[in-house]
Design a protein around this ligand. Sequence first.
Ligand code: ASP
Ligand code: MG
Length: 404
Amino acid sequence: MLIVQKFGGSSVADADLMRNVAKRIIKTYDDGKNDVVVVLSAQGDTTDELIAKAEEISPNPSKREMDMLLSTGEQQSVALLAMTILEMGYPAVSLNAHQAGMITTSTYGNSRMRRIDCERLKLELGRKNIVLVTGFQGMNRYDDITTLGRGGSDTTAVSLATVLNADLCEIYTDVDGIYTSDPRIVKDAIKLDEITYDEMLELASLGARVLHNRSVELAKKHRVKMVVRSSIVEDEGTIVKEACNMEKMLISGVAGDDDVARVSIIGVKDTPGKAFDIFSTFAKNQINVDIILQSIGRHGTKDISFTVSEAQFPQVKEIISENLERWDAKDVDYNHDVAKVSVVGAGMVANTGIASRMFEAMYDANINISMISTSEIKISVLIDKGDMKKAMRAIHDKFYLQDL
Ligand code: ASP
Ligand code: MG
Protein backbone atom coordinates (compact mmCIF):
# COMPACT_ATOMS: atom_id res chain seq x y z
CA MET A 1 0.00 0.00 0.00
CA LEU A 2 0.98 3.62 -0.47
CA ILE A 3 0.00 5.77 2.46
CA VAL A 4 0.28 9.55 2.83
CA GLN A 5 0.40 10.75 6.43
CA LYS A 6 0.22 14.37 7.48
CA PHE A 7 1.18 15.58 10.95
CA GLY A 8 0.12 18.99 12.22
CA GLY A 9 2.43 21.43 13.97
CA SER A 10 1.35 20.49 17.50
CA SER A 11 2.14 16.83 16.78
CA VAL A 12 5.81 17.61 16.08
CA ALA A 13 6.32 20.56 18.45
CA ASP A 14 9.41 19.16 20.25
CA ALA A 15 11.93 16.31 20.14
CA ASP A 16 9.82 13.93 22.25
CA LEU A 17 6.77 14.48 20.08
CA MET A 18 8.98 14.01 17.00
CA ARG A 19 10.09 10.64 18.36
CA ASN A 20 6.47 9.68 19.00
CA VAL A 21 5.55 10.62 15.42
CA ALA A 22 8.60 8.79 14.06
CA LYS A 23 7.44 5.60 15.83
CA ARG A 24 3.97 5.89 14.29
CA ILE A 25 5.47 6.34 10.84
CA ILE A 26 7.87 3.43 11.26
CA LYS A 27 4.99 1.24 12.36
CA THR A 28 3.20 2.01 9.11
CA TYR A 29 6.38 1.51 7.09
CA ASP A 30 7.10 -1.74 8.91
CA ASP A 31 10.30 -2.70 7.09
CA GLY A 32 9.17 -1.68 3.67
CA LYS A 33 5.73 -3.31 3.65
CA ASN A 34 4.04 0.02 2.93
CA ASP A 35 5.36 2.99 0.98
CA VAL A 36 5.02 6.01 3.23
CA VAL A 37 5.03 9.67 2.26
CA VAL A 38 4.82 12.06 5.19
CA VAL A 39 3.77 15.72 5.04
CA LEU A 40 4.63 17.99 7.94
CA SER A 41 3.58 21.41 9.21
CA ALA A 42 5.98 23.75 10.97
CA GLN A 43 6.65 22.86 14.60
CA GLY A 44 4.23 24.26 17.21
CA ASP A 45 3.73 28.01 16.83
CA THR A 46 6.66 28.49 14.45
CA THR A 47 4.55 30.02 11.65
CA ASP A 48 2.97 32.55 14.04
CA GLU A 49 6.38 33.41 15.45
CA LEU A 50 7.82 33.98 12.00
CA ILE A 51 4.89 36.26 11.15
CA ALA A 52 5.51 38.22 14.36
CA LYS A 53 9.18 38.61 13.44
CA ALA A 54 8.27 40.00 10.04
CA GLU A 55 5.81 42.44 11.60
CA GLU A 56 8.53 43.78 13.85
CA ILE A 57 10.33 44.87 10.72
CA SER A 58 7.51 45.96 8.46
CA PRO A 59 3.78 46.50 8.96
CA ASN A 60 3.22 45.34 5.41
CA PRO A 61 6.05 42.99 4.41
CA SER A 62 6.66 41.93 0.83
CA LYS A 63 4.52 38.90 0.06
CA ARG A 64 7.31 37.19 -1.79
CA GLU A 65 9.69 37.55 1.14
CA MET A 66 6.94 36.45 3.52
CA ASP A 67 6.65 33.12 1.70
CA MET A 68 10.42 32.78 1.63
CA LEU A 69 10.35 33.23 5.41
CA LEU A 70 7.34 31.09 6.32
CA SER A 71 8.46 28.15 4.22
CA THR A 72 11.49 27.72 6.48
CA GLY A 73 9.24 26.45 9.28
CA GLU A 74 8.24 23.35 7.32
CA GLN A 75 11.78 22.84 6.13
CA GLN A 76 12.95 22.66 9.74
CA SER A 77 10.33 20.05 10.63
CA VAL A 78 11.07 17.67 7.77
CA ALA A 79 14.84 17.80 8.35
CA LEU A 80 14.45 17.19 12.09
CA LEU A 81 12.01 14.33 11.58
CA ALA A 82 14.29 12.74 8.98
CA MET A 83 17.11 12.84 11.54
CA THR A 84 14.82 11.31 14.16
CA ILE A 85 13.87 8.41 11.89
CA LEU A 86 17.47 7.85 10.77
CA GLU A 87 18.51 7.82 14.43
CA MET A 88 16.02 4.98 14.95
CA GLY A 89 17.73 2.99 12.24
CA TYR A 90 15.22 3.41 9.40
CA PRO A 91 15.78 4.97 5.96
CA ALA A 92 14.34 8.47 5.52
CA VAL A 93 14.87 11.49 3.32
CA SER A 94 13.37 14.99 3.52
CA LEU A 95 12.33 16.99 0.44
CA ASN A 96 11.29 20.62 0.14
CA ALA A 97 8.73 21.89 -2.38
CA HIS A 98 11.34 22.34 -5.07
CA GLN A 99 12.80 18.86 -4.65
CA ALA A 100 9.34 17.29 -4.48
CA GLY A 101 8.31 19.06 -7.72
CA MET A 102 5.29 20.84 -6.28
CA ILE A 103 4.26 23.51 -8.77
CA THR A 104 1.71 26.14 -7.75
CA THR A 105 0.01 29.18 -9.22
CA SER A 106 2.03 32.37 -8.91
CA THR A 107 0.12 34.16 -6.10
CA TYR A 108 2.18 34.55 -2.95
CA GLY A 109 0.54 33.76 0.38
CA ASN A 110 -2.44 31.95 -1.08
CA SER A 111 -1.33 29.91 -4.06
CA ARG A 112 -3.00 26.81 -5.46
CA MET A 113 -1.30 23.55 -6.27
CA ARG A 114 -1.13 23.12 -10.05
CA ARG A 115 0.78 19.91 -10.48
CA ILE A 116 3.38 17.72 -8.86
CA ASP A 117 6.27 16.33 -10.88
CA CYS A 118 6.85 13.16 -8.91
CA GLU A 119 10.03 11.66 -10.40
CA ARG A 120 12.12 12.41 -7.35
CA LEU A 121 9.39 11.24 -4.98
CA LYS A 122 9.05 7.98 -6.88
CA LEU A 123 12.79 7.53 -6.99
CA GLU A 124 13.03 7.89 -3.20
CA LEU A 125 10.09 5.53 -2.66
CA GLY A 126 11.78 3.06 -4.99
CA ARG A 127 14.83 3.23 -2.73
CA LYS A 128 12.53 2.21 0.12
CA ASN A 129 12.95 5.55 1.84
CA ILE A 130 10.34 7.05 4.10
CA VAL A 131 9.85 10.33 2.25
CA LEU A 132 9.19 13.48 4.29
CA VAL A 133 7.79 16.41 2.35
CA THR A 134 7.31 20.02 3.45
CA GLY A 135 3.63 20.97 3.72
CA PHE A 136 2.11 24.35 2.89
CA GLN A 137 4.60 25.35 0.18
CA GLY A 138 5.24 25.12 -3.54
CA MET A 139 7.18 26.71 -6.37
CA ASN A 140 5.68 29.07 -8.91
CA ARG A 141 6.69 29.60 -12.52
CA TYR A 142 9.24 32.21 -11.51
CA ASP A 143 10.97 29.54 -9.42
CA ASP A 144 9.91 31.37 -6.27
CA ILE A 145 8.60 29.73 -3.14
CA THR A 146 4.88 30.24 -2.53
CA THR A 147 2.63 29.18 0.34
CA LEU A 148 -0.88 27.74 0.14
CA GLY A 149 -2.55 29.81 2.88
CA ARG A 150 -2.77 29.10 6.62
CA GLY A 151 -3.47 25.45 7.34
CA GLY A 152 -2.39 24.53 3.81
CA SER A 153 -0.41 21.41 4.71
CA ASP A 154 -3.62 19.35 4.61
CA THR A 155 -3.95 20.37 0.98
CA THR A 156 -0.34 19.36 0.29
CA ALA A 157 -1.10 15.91 1.73
CA VAL A 158 -4.23 15.37 -0.36
CA SER A 159 -2.49 16.67 -3.48
CA LEU A 160 0.30 14.14 -2.98
CA ALA A 161 -2.20 11.37 -2.27
CA THR A 162 -3.94 12.26 -5.54
CA VAL A 163 -0.92 12.30 -7.82
CA LEU A 164 0.68 9.24 -6.21
CA ASN A 165 -2.62 7.36 -6.29
CA ALA A 166 -2.31 6.63 -2.58
CA ASP A 167 -4.56 4.09 -0.92
CA LEU A 168 -5.12 6.34 2.07
CA CYS A 169 -4.44 9.87 3.26
CA GLU A 170 -4.20 10.09 7.04
CA ILE A 171 -4.37 13.50 8.72
CA TYR A 172 -2.88 13.26 12.21
CA THR A 173 -3.77 16.10 14.53
CA ASP A 174 -4.32 16.99 18.18
CA VAL A 175 -8.00 16.01 18.11
CA ASP A 176 -9.00 12.38 17.70
CA GLY A 177 -11.52 12.92 14.91
CA ILE A 178 -14.48 14.96 13.72
CA TYR A 179 -17.16 15.57 16.33
CA THR A 180 -20.87 16.26 16.05
CA SER A 181 -20.19 19.70 17.52
CA ASP A 182 -17.40 21.68 19.14
CA PRO A 183 -16.66 19.62 22.31
CA ARG A 184 -15.54 22.78 24.13
CA ILE A 185 -19.07 24.14 23.80
CA VAL A 186 -21.24 21.04 23.60
CA LYS A 187 -20.11 18.60 26.31
CA ASP A 188 -22.02 15.64 24.85
CA ALA A 189 -20.53 15.98 21.37
CA ILE A 190 -19.86 12.56 19.88
CA LYS A 191 -16.97 11.47 17.67
CA LEU A 192 -18.14 10.42 14.21
CA ASP A 193 -16.86 7.18 12.66
CA GLU A 194 -17.39 8.61 9.21
CA ILE A 195 -18.59 11.71 7.41
CA THR A 196 -19.14 12.56 3.74
CA TYR A 197 -16.97 15.02 1.83
CA ASP A 198 -19.96 17.32 1.40
CA GLU A 199 -20.78 17.32 5.10
CA MET A 200 -17.16 17.96 5.95
CA LEU A 201 -17.02 20.86 3.50
CA GLU A 202 -20.07 22.45 5.06
CA LEU A 203 -18.71 21.97 8.57
CA ALA A 204 -15.28 23.26 7.62
CA SER A 205 -16.67 26.43 6.11
CA LEU A 206 -18.95 26.81 9.12
CA GLY A 207 -16.11 27.19 11.51
CA ALA A 208 -15.24 23.61 12.50
CA ARG A 209 -11.64 24.28 11.59
CA VAL A 210 -10.21 20.78 11.64
CA LEU A 211 -9.27 20.49 7.96
CA HIS A 212 -8.19 22.99 5.33
CA ASN A 213 -11.27 23.42 3.14
CA ARG A 214 -9.42 23.03 -0.13
CA SER A 215 -8.02 19.68 1.00
CA VAL A 216 -11.55 18.33 1.33
CA GLU A 217 -12.61 19.76 -2.04
CA LEU A 218 -9.63 18.08 -3.63
CA ALA A 219 -10.24 14.77 -1.84
CA LYS A 220 -13.85 14.82 -3.05
CA LYS A 221 -12.86 15.57 -6.62
CA HIS A 222 -10.34 12.74 -6.76
CA ARG A 223 -12.07 10.36 -4.35
CA VAL A 224 -9.14 10.28 -1.96
CA LYS A 225 -9.99 8.34 1.18
CA MET A 226 -9.10 10.56 4.13
CA VAL A 227 -8.89 9.77 7.82
CA VAL A 228 -8.64 12.35 10.59
CA ARG A 229 -7.04 10.86 13.71
CA SER A 230 -4.98 11.65 16.78
CA SER A 231 -1.20 11.55 16.70
CA ILE A 232 -1.15 10.78 20.43
CA VAL A 233 -3.81 8.15 21.12
CA GLU A 234 -4.15 5.00 19.03
CA ASP A 235 -7.70 5.36 17.85
CA GLU A 236 -9.65 4.82 14.66
CA GLY A 237 -10.41 8.48 13.98
CA THR A 238 -13.03 9.69 11.48
CA ILE A 239 -13.12 8.57 7.85
CA VAL A 240 -14.04 11.23 5.27
CA LYS A 241 -15.50 9.63 2.14
CA GLU A 242 -18.12 9.79 -0.57
CA ALA A 243 -21.12 8.06 1.02
CA CYS A 244 -21.79 6.87 4.52
CA ASN A 245 -23.64 4.09 6.22
CA MET A 246 -27.38 4.49 5.65
CA GLU A 247 -28.20 3.85 9.30
CA LYS A 248 -26.12 6.68 10.54
CA MET A 249 -27.60 9.61 12.38
CA LEU A 250 -29.82 12.09 10.57
CA ILE A 251 -27.45 14.97 10.99
CA SER A 252 -23.71 14.84 11.33
CA GLY A 253 -23.00 18.11 13.00
CA VAL A 254 -24.07 21.32 14.69
CA ALA A 255 -21.74 24.21 14.04
CA GLY A 256 -21.56 27.75 15.36
CA ASP A 257 -19.82 30.71 13.79
CA ASP A 258 -19.75 34.12 15.46
CA ASP A 259 -17.32 35.60 12.99
CA VAL A 260 -20.17 37.10 10.95
CA ALA A 261 -21.83 40.47 10.47
CA ARG A 262 -25.34 41.19 9.16
CA VAL A 263 -25.79 43.91 6.57
CA SER A 264 -29.17 45.34 5.49
CA ILE A 265 -29.62 47.57 2.49
CA ILE A 266 -32.83 49.43 3.13
CA GLY A 267 -35.36 51.02 0.81
CA VAL A 268 -34.10 49.52 -2.43
CA LYS A 269 -36.35 50.36 -5.37
CA ASP A 270 -38.65 47.38 -6.05
CA THR A 271 -37.75 46.82 -9.70
CA PRO A 272 -36.11 43.95 -11.60
CA GLY A 273 -32.31 43.74 -11.59
CA LYS A 274 -31.63 45.23 -8.15
CA ALA A 275 -30.43 42.00 -6.49
CA PHE A 276 -28.30 41.31 -9.53
CA ASP A 277 -26.81 44.78 -9.42
CA ILE A 278 -25.98 44.60 -5.71
CA PHE A 279 -24.61 41.08 -5.54
CA SER A 280 -22.64 41.28 -8.76
CA THR A 281 -20.84 44.27 -7.28
CA PHE A 282 -19.87 42.17 -4.27
CA ALA A 283 -18.92 39.20 -6.43
CA LYS A 284 -16.61 41.35 -8.54
CA ASN A 285 -14.83 42.32 -5.35
CA GLN A 286 -14.50 38.68 -4.21
CA ILE A 287 -16.85 39.16 -1.28
CA ASN A 288 -18.40 35.94 0.01
CA VAL A 289 -22.03 36.67 0.77
CA ASP A 290 -23.80 34.07 2.86
CA ILE A 291 -27.39 34.02 4.14
CA ILE A 292 -29.54 36.34 1.99
CA LEU A 293 -33.00 37.58 2.88
CA GLN A 294 -35.16 39.91 0.82
CA SER A 295 -38.35 41.43 2.19
CA ILE A 296 -41.48 41.67 0.07
CA GLY A 297 -41.89 44.97 -1.71
CA ARG A 298 -44.01 47.63 -0.03
CA HIS A 299 -44.73 51.14 -1.30
CA GLY A 300 -42.32 50.52 -4.14
CA THR A 301 -39.28 49.57 -2.05
CA LYS A 302 -37.78 46.48 -0.44
CA ASP A 303 -34.94 45.63 1.98
CA ILE A 304 -32.14 43.21 1.21
CA SER A 305 -30.16 41.67 4.09
CA PHE A 306 -27.21 39.31 4.02
CA THR A 307 -24.28 38.14 6.11
CA VAL A 308 -20.55 38.38 5.49
CA SER A 309 -17.50 37.37 7.51
CA GLU A 310 -16.09 39.98 9.90
CA ALA A 311 -12.82 39.76 7.98
CA GLN A 312 -14.49 41.05 4.82
CA PHE A 313 -16.73 43.55 6.60
CA PRO A 314 -14.53 46.66 6.22
CA GLN A 315 -14.35 46.10 2.48
CA VAL A 316 -18.12 45.52 2.31
CA LYS A 317 -18.75 48.79 4.12
CA GLU A 318 -16.58 50.64 1.64
CA ILE A 319 -18.31 49.07 -1.36
CA ILE A 320 -21.71 50.01 0.05
CA SER A 321 -20.84 53.64 0.64
CA GLU A 322 -19.49 53.88 -2.89
CA ASN A 323 -22.56 52.28 -4.47
CA LEU A 324 -25.60 53.03 -2.30
CA GLU A 325 -26.79 55.87 -4.49
CA ARG A 326 -26.25 53.98 -7.72
CA TRP A 327 -28.27 51.08 -6.30
CA ASP A 328 -31.18 53.45 -5.61
CA ALA A 329 -31.20 52.50 -1.93
CA LYS A 330 -32.11 54.76 0.97
CA ASP A 331 -30.09 53.52 3.90
CA VAL A 332 -27.92 50.78 5.31
CA ASP A 333 -27.87 49.04 8.68
CA TYR A 334 -25.21 46.79 10.24
CA ASN A 335 -25.21 44.36 13.14
CA HIS A 336 -22.08 42.71 14.51
CA ASP A 337 -23.78 41.00 17.45
CA VAL A 338 -24.94 38.05 15.42
CA ALA A 339 -23.91 34.42 15.03
CA LYS A 340 -24.75 31.70 12.59
CA VAL A 341 -25.75 28.26 13.84
CA SER A 342 -26.11 25.42 11.36
CA VAL A 343 -27.01 21.77 11.24
CA VAL A 344 -25.40 19.68 8.53
CA GLY A 345 -26.35 16.22 7.41
CA ALA A 346 -26.48 14.22 4.20
CA GLY A 347 -29.54 12.52 5.74
CA MET A 348 -31.60 15.67 5.10
CA VAL A 349 -32.00 14.78 1.46
CA ALA A 350 -34.16 11.79 2.37
CA ASN A 351 -35.73 12.90 5.65
CA THR A 352 -38.26 15.61 6.30
CA GLY A 353 -38.80 17.43 9.55
CA ILE A 354 -35.20 18.31 10.31
CA ALA A 355 -35.82 22.04 10.00
CA SER A 356 -38.87 21.87 12.25
CA ARG A 357 -36.90 19.94 14.87
CA MET A 358 -34.16 22.49 14.80
CA PHE A 359 -36.62 25.37 15.13
CA GLU A 360 -38.43 23.57 17.94
CA ALA A 361 -35.18 23.24 19.86
CA MET A 362 -34.63 26.95 19.49
CA TYR A 363 -38.18 27.77 20.53
CA ASP A 364 -37.77 25.59 23.65
CA ALA A 365 -34.64 27.54 24.49
CA ASN A 366 -36.41 30.83 23.80
CA ILE A 367 -34.03 31.90 21.05
CA ASN A 368 -35.19 34.25 18.33
CA ILE A 369 -34.28 33.57 14.70
CA SER A 370 -33.66 36.54 12.47
CA MET A 371 -32.67 34.86 9.21
CA ILE A 372 -32.82 31.33 7.80
CA SER A 373 -31.14 29.69 4.84
CA THR A 374 -31.15 26.12 3.63
CA SER A 375 -29.30 23.95 1.16
CA GLU A 376 -29.63 20.26 0.37
CA ILE A 377 -27.59 19.22 3.38
CA LYS A 378 -27.56 22.30 5.61
CA ILE A 379 -29.88 24.58 7.54
CA SER A 380 -28.45 27.79 8.96
CA VAL A 381 -30.05 30.39 11.18
CA LEU A 382 -28.85 33.82 12.18
CA ILE A 383 -29.37 34.67 15.85
CA ASP A 384 -28.00 36.98 18.55
CA LYS A 385 -24.35 36.33 19.24
CA GLY A 386 -25.05 35.89 22.96
CA ASP A 387 -27.36 32.96 22.19
CA MET A 388 -24.92 30.98 20.07
CA LYS A 389 -23.65 28.46 22.62
CA LYS A 390 -27.10 27.95 24.11
CA ALA A 391 -28.51 27.33 20.64
CA MET A 392 -25.78 24.83 19.74
CA ARG A 393 -26.43 22.86 22.93
CA ALA A 394 -30.21 22.94 22.55
CA ILE A 395 -30.09 21.76 18.93
CA HIS A 396 -27.47 19.11 19.64
CA ASP A 397 -29.55 17.75 22.55
CA LYS A 398 -32.65 17.66 20.39
CA PHE A 399 -31.03 15.53 17.71
CA TYR A 400 -28.67 13.35 19.69
CA LEU A 401 -29.99 12.92 23.21
CA GLN A 402 -33.72 12.72 22.67
CA ASP A 403 -33.27 9.93 20.17
CA LEU A 404 -31.43 7.53 22.44
N1 ASP B 1 2.43 26.00 9.13
C1 ASP B 1 1.33 26.53 8.36
C2 ASP B 1 0.34 27.22 9.27
O1 ASP B 1 0.56 27.29 10.47
C3 ASP B 1 0.66 25.49 7.51
C4 ASP B 1 -0.03 24.39 8.25
O2 ASP B 1 0.14 24.24 9.46
O3 ASP B 1 -0.78 23.64 7.62
O4 ASP B 1 -0.65 27.70 8.82
MG1 MG C 1 -4.20 22.46 10.47
